[in-house]
Structure formats: C-alpha cells, structure tokens
Design a protein around this ligand. Structure first.
Ligand code: SAM
Length: 265
C-alpha cells in the first residue's frame, strides 16, 4: 500500500492499527449477502479492506483527496470498492439508498461526530443500522438515561430515533497517531418509521434544545415561550422537573401536544 501523506489532524485522522479491534468491528457489523455497506471516512482502509474481503462490495466516502487513489489501489483484487470523494455531510443517503436500505460504518472524525450523527438521523428511514467508533465520552452521552450526569440533548435526540447499544471500548494505543481520549464502538438501529411517534420533528428538536439549553433550570423556566405548565402536565411532565430527569417518551409526548396560540388582547 502506498499511503504517503502523513495523518491530517484537521480531518481527525487517527488510523486504526489494532488487528483485534478491527476484527471485532467486522464481527459486530457481520455483513450478510445483499447488504449495502457504506463506510464513512475509510482513511487508509483499516476497516474497509477487511469488510471488503468479507463482503465483496462496499461504498466508501472520503473527504481527503490524497487517500482516494491509494485506497482504490489497495482494494484492487480484494473486492469492488467505490470511493466517493466528498464531505459526508453533503451526501444524500436517501438518494443513495434508492429503493433499498444502507448499513453505515465508520471510525468517525471526532471533530465532526455530532454533525455526522445528526446527518445520518435525517436519513434514518433508509438506514438499517450504524456501527460507529466515537470518543467514549460521546458514546456514554448517547446511551445515557434520565438521572445520569451525562444524559442530555444527544441522548434524547438519538434514543428518540434509534436503539443505542455501546459495544466495546478502544484504547488510544489502537490508533496511529493515538488520540488523547478513549474511544468506543456503538451500534445504532433506527426505530421503524411508525414506531418513532414524533408528530413534528422540528418542534421536537426545539423542545429538546430549549429544555437542555438551560439544564439547571426547571422545565417551567427553561421552556418558557415553548410550552406552558398546563401542557407539561397534560404530557405527564412535572413543570418543576429538570430536563435531565425527563424520559425520552415524555419529551415526545410534550412535543406532540398542540402548540398554544397566543391569546388576542
Ligand atoms: N477508517 C479509518 C481507520 O479506521 O483507520 C480512518 C478513520 S479517521 C478517524 C477519520 C477519517 O474520516 C479520515 O480518513 C478522514 O480523512 C475522514 N474524514 C474527515 N472528515 C470527513 C468528511 N467530512 N467526510 C468524509 N470523510 C471525512
């Protein structure tokens, strides 16, 4: 393989080198005949080539021009690799999926992990599952439940749309260069469209953002101008609770209530 360029910090390049961790990721993904695998940020192919060897076919989205040609060359004779040279945030997964579904995989650039997660959520209807390596601290936040110190906007937004399962931790020594933080692999499985129950995604996003925007305040104060106490009670949510105590299902009920119209003077 002829990857000459040194790792680029600005693109979050920490290449996975630990064979055991790579095998564990491939096992977790467990590709089946007919699956359409899409890898985000294939880098030098640490996960790409083993997946390709196992599955025969893969699409990879890589933003670093310097990696595209050597990666395609490395895949020669291993399987059919399609490398899309693009910022993943500009990729329309719904269009890419056509009539089918996609399985997303990636050791994500940590500086972009939240935007990539939210971008994938926008296309959840065509995503069968996702296996992502992220900072462990982010995975902890994604999977946290009410009452946890790290339960927040990310937990509620992701759990409203997906089942979140942390799989295993990965130490810095598994990468070159090693990142400063621990990492973890997480599986996300989007709920079936009918099971999500969010009537208006924009309203849901607004309610969750406002609630956690001032997480030390009671909901009565944090949601002022977004919902009133009467609506909170109708949704079974105590106005004197704090956002970090409220379950995902309660946020969904709250956001689904009709928006109160201002009273004419
Ligand atoms: N998958 C490789 C591995 O495990 O060794 C590389 C992982 S590295 C943490 C993240 C990869 O994402 C890099 O290859 C980087 O160039 C790529 N990347 C960064 N920003 C990107 C973007 N906006 N769109 C697509 N790929 C991106």
């Amino acid at each position: 393989m002829n990857f000459k360029a040194p790792p680029k910090k600005s693109l979050g390049q920490h290449f996975l080198t630990d064979r055991n961790m790579i095998d564990m990721i491939v096992l977790a993904v467990n590709p089946q005949p007919g699956d359409r695998l899409v890898e985000i940020g294939p880098g030098q192919g640490a996960i790409t080539l083993p997946l390709l060897r196992r599955h025969g076919e893969l699409t990879a989205i890589e933003f670093d021009r310097d990696l595209v040609v050597p990666l395609s060359a490395a895949a020669h004779g291993v399987g059919q690799l399609t490398v899309i040279h693009k910022d993943v945030l500009q990729v329309d997964f719904t269009r890419m999926a056509g009539e089918g579904t996609l399985r997303l995989v990636g050791n994500l650039p940590y500086n972009l992990s939240s935007p990539i997660l939210f971008h994938a959520l926008d296309h959840a209807a065509v995503v069968r599952d996702m296996h992502f390596m992220l900072q462990k601290e982010v995975v902890d936040r994604m999977a946290a439940g009410p009452g946890s110190k790290v339960y927040g906007r990310l937990s509620v937004m992701l759990q409203a749309y997906c089942t979140v399962t942390p799989l295993f931790d990965v130490p810095p020594a598994a990468f070159r260069p090693p990142p400063k933080v621990d990492s973890a692999v997480v599986r996300l499985v989007p709920h079936a469209a009918g099971a999500v129950g969010i009537a208006n995604p924009q309203r849901f996003t607004e309610v969750v953002r406002s609630a956690f925007g001032q997480r030390r305040k009671t909901l009565r104060n944090a949601l002022m101008g977004v919902c009133d106490s009467e609506q909170m009670e109708a949704a079974g949510v105590r106005p004197d609770a704090r956002a970090e105590q409220v379950e995902v299902a309660s946020f969904i009920r709250l956001a689904n209530l009709p928006v109160a119209m201002p009273v004419e003077p």
